[in-house]
Design a binder for this molecule. Structure first.
Ligand code: NAG
Ligand code: NAG
Length: 130
């Protein structure tokens, strides 16, 4: 009897643990641009196209901290490469910036200083996790 009860308690704890842990396990941290990182030679449209981003995932911008920045902007500013009024300046100074994708929306990132015009910008649509 004690063994059975222990078994039930164990199963219940395991289930609770799974329920709590699963969303964490499923969250993905994407290095923006893959091996190339955040640089001027990546087509970020192609990079984003092959991926499904979900709320709870993370973006990781890896780049040369002396030369680049990461600005989160509005859609219109993304389209026209306007860096003056970013929603969030994601540049921390280390060249290693983590952005939690905690809202179901499309995130828009650009690199300022004119590089956005050369294609250094990324639109990241977030899907709702079912
Ligand atoms: C963004 O933040 C970085 C680091 O604090 C700073 O050096 C840079 O000037 C800021 N850029 C903009 C556009 O606000
Ligand atoms: C999302 O994360 C940002 C930090 O990057 C925080 O400022 C914001 O309050 C968070 N929003 C929600 C809905 O959790």
């Amino acid at each position: 009897m004690a063994g059975l009860r222990r078994g039930i308690v164990f199963a219940a704890v395991a289930l609770m643990f799974a329920a709590v842990m699963l969303p964490e396990v499923a969250a993905v941290r994407y290095v923006v641009g893959g091996k190339m990182g955040w640089s001027s030679n990546v087509n970020y449209k192609n990079w984003a196209r092959g991926r499904h981003f979900y709320k709870g995932d993370w973006l990781f911008f890896v780049y040369d901290r002396t030369k680049m920045n990461v600005l989160e902007v509005k859609k219109a500013d993304y389209e026209r490469c306007i860096a003056r009024l970013p929603l969030h300046n994601r540049t921390t100074g280390a060249g290693r910036d983590v952005v939690p994708l905690n809202v179901t929306k499309t995130y828009y990132f650009i690199r300022g200083k004119g590089y956005c015009y050369k294609g250094m910008k990324a639109a990241v649509p977030i899907r709702r996790r079912i």
